[in-house]
Write a protein that binds this ligand. Structure first.
Ligand code: A2P
Length: 285
């Protein structure tokens, strides 16, 4: 199936998942999940820091029957918050499991390489990361976290993890769009069998008005959002567009009935300038 990637655990993960970062409150989450399931989304990306795990779990339990889906048909990602990094990792992960209340989590990520409330160059960060990872490995062995991975890790953080882990990360989720092509990180992920996954593919909305993006979109007769998302999935990179608007949720999943020419792909990739719209983790010790 060209709409999924196979993780190093053998599990299949959809190429398009709904980012839930902006979804707040049970009604808004319910409405977005309904629109997403109707549009064919089967993956949902949450996190402890989004404060919507319980609402997401409840919406899925309420809505899966409407679409004749069972737990195995959906892929749920959540993330360990920076405040739970280190000796609070077990508590944090168990809290995510109980908030979602879906039996298990398909993919659980360390959200951020650092620890909340501490300076970025804190010497304790590597020890905290190691402890968090060991905790995730235990919960993975118990079957509670079907796959484990990391988010916002730099090349240095990835090398540290790959050298010391018992279970290799299944996924690295980072900011990725034509202005931030992440060539080196992608190469390392490919080398070690880690799935490279994108967030903020639309540059938090700013790239939707980029003249080069608009030009390629016009040529393909697709929306700027579809053009940017297609640029990623055509490279085999899974995306997590986030929207609370049902029409845009639908729009963002219609990526498999067109393709970009090699020339269009190159035109977009030429925008690479290492520009970030989100937090830069490169200073985290
Ligand atoms: P909205 O929720 O009003 O749709 P990113 O994922 O790069 O951080 O970008 C998300 C932002 O892009 C959100 O503000 C979202 O707003 C907006 N957005 C998402 N999909 C689309 C789309 N298809 N067209 C226009 N804006 C979109």
């Amino acid at each position: 199936d060209s709409r999924c990637v196979v993780l190093n655990t053998g599990a299949r993960m959809p190429l398009v998942g709904l980012g839930t970062y902006k979804l707040r409150g049970s009604e808004q989450v319910h409405r977005a999940v309904d629109a997403a399931l109707a549009a064919g989304y089967r993956a949902f990306d949450s996190a402890a820091v989004y404060s919507n795990e319980a609402d997401l779990g409840r919406a899925l339990k309420e809505l899966m029957p409407k679409y004749c889906l069972t737990r195995e048909d959906v892929f749920i990602t959540s993330k360990l918050g920076p405040k739970d990094q280190g000796d609070r990792a077990l508590e944090g992960a168990l809290h995510s499991l109980s908030e979602l209340d879906l039996g298990y989590i398909d993919l659980y990520l360390i959200h951020w390489p650092g620890t909340q409330g501490k300076v970025v160059d804190d010497k304790r960060n590597p020890g905290n990361r190691a402890q968090s990872w060991a905790t995730l490995e235990d919960l993975h062995a118990q079957g509670k976290l079907k796959a484990i991975g990391v988010s916002n890790y730099t090349l240095a953080h990835m090398k540290e993890l790959i050298q010391s882990c018992k279970v290799r990360p299944a996924v690295l989720q980072v900011e990725f769009h034509p202005q931030l092509c992440q060539t080196e990180l992608r190469r390392v992920c490919a080398e070690y069998g880690v799935c490279f996954q994108a967030y903020s593919s639309l540059g938090q909305g700013d790239l939707l008005t980029d003249p080069v993006v608009l030009e390629v979109a016009k040529k393909c007769k697709r929306t700027p959002a579809q053009t940017l998302l297609r640029w990623a999935v055509q490279q085999g990179v899974p995306v997590l567009p986030k929207s609370s608007n049902p029409d845009r949720i639908k729009d963002n999943a219609e990526l498999f009935d067109f393709s970009l020419t090699d020339n269009d792909m190159d035109t977009l990739s030429a925008l690479d300038c290492e520009h970030r719209y989100c937090w830069d983790p490169s200073g985290v010790a």
